[in-house]
Design a binder for this molecule. Structure first.
Ligand SMILES: C[S@@+](CC[C@H](N)C(=O)[O-])C[C@H]1O[C@@H](n2cnc3c(N)ncnc32)[C@H](O)[C@@H]1O
Length: 253
């Protein structure tokens, strides 16, 4: 008898396994005690995660702008799913989070859609955080050069207390230097670490459904949190897994 490779739970699904007291699909690309990475479309994995298992959603979906970087001799490939702003995923996340926080990255082009998406899924949008990249990126030379992107800070049910001091909504952290980029939309490790530190406590679970090269998973791990990362690009999963194999970065926070 030929056993089909895929079933109603998706390609490569071998059953479930326990990870940090959660019953998760056993088809991970990489896992250790703090991080689990799925190489998949997040819409395939999210329905398989347990109810109320997530404390923080920290994620950076494609902005829906069909972005192509022109600043390198070897250009990055276009981002998967960047033709239109992705929306289906958040309704799949709702079941996973009871009361908690979301940080949703966006830019000028996707801000309205990102706000609408939160609203439609009954998340409150509490504050618009402005990430000052400390330097400008390319674009139309006849326009003002942009040095900011946005992060919508939202909560469900009630707003969990933020850790540390009461900070302003302007976050000034340098972007990844062009020569160091491994992903065209890579976010800095320190930015992810800052947001994780503000909104989680040790051992809480972070979810990044559009993980890219994994600053979120690496920072979660270094901060003593747990993280589930999902990414459709195999190359990016490989880079994220390699980062997780490196020594723990001792973040003094
Ligand atoms: C804006 S980038 C995230 C970059 C990431 N923050 C980083 O620092 O590397 C969005 C990522 O989502 C991935 N992606 C797009 N659609 C996806 C989907 N349906 N499921 C999982 N990953 C997806 C893309 O391959 C891309 O790497």
């Amino acid at each position: 008898m030929i056993i089909p490779l895929d079933n109603d739970k998706g390609m490569g699904y071998n059953g479930d396994m326990m990870w940090n007291n959660l019953l998760l699909p056993d088809k991970s690309y990489y896992q250790d005690d703090a991080v689990i990475i799925y190489h998949a479309d997040c819409r395939e994995i999210l329905p398989l995660l347990p109810d109320k298992s997530i404390d923080l959603v920290l994620t950076d979906p494609p902005y829906g702008i069909n972005y192509q970087s022109n600043h390198r001799s070897t250009k990055f490939e276009k981002i998967y799913g960047d033709l239109e702003y992705p929306t289906e995923w958040l309704s799949l996340v709702n079941r996973l989070i009871d009361k908690g926080t979301i940080y949703l990255f966006c830019n000028e082009a996707s801000l309205d859609e990102a706000k609408l998406l939160l609203h439609q899924n009954k998340w409150s949008s509490n504050r618009l955080l402005i990430w000052d990249k400390q330097s400008t990126s390319g674009g139309n030379l006849d326009n003002y050069a942009s040095r900011t992107e946005f992060i919508l800070y939202g909560t469900k049910m009630f707003a969990p207390k933020l850790n540390g001091s009461r900070d302003g909504n302007l976050i000034s952290i340098p972007r990844v230097r062009p020569q160091d980029l491994q992903h065209p939309n890579e976010k800095p490790y320190l930015l992810m670490a800052y947001l994780i530190m503000k909104s989680t406590n040790p051992n809480e679970i972070v979810l990044d459904c559009f993980m890219g090269v994994g600053a979120s998973v690496k920072a979660s791990r270094d901060l003593g949190r747990k993280c589930i990362g999902i990414e459709i690009g195999e190359k990016y999963c490989r880079i994220a897994a390699d980062r997780c194999r490196q020594m723990v970065f001792d973040l003094k926070v």
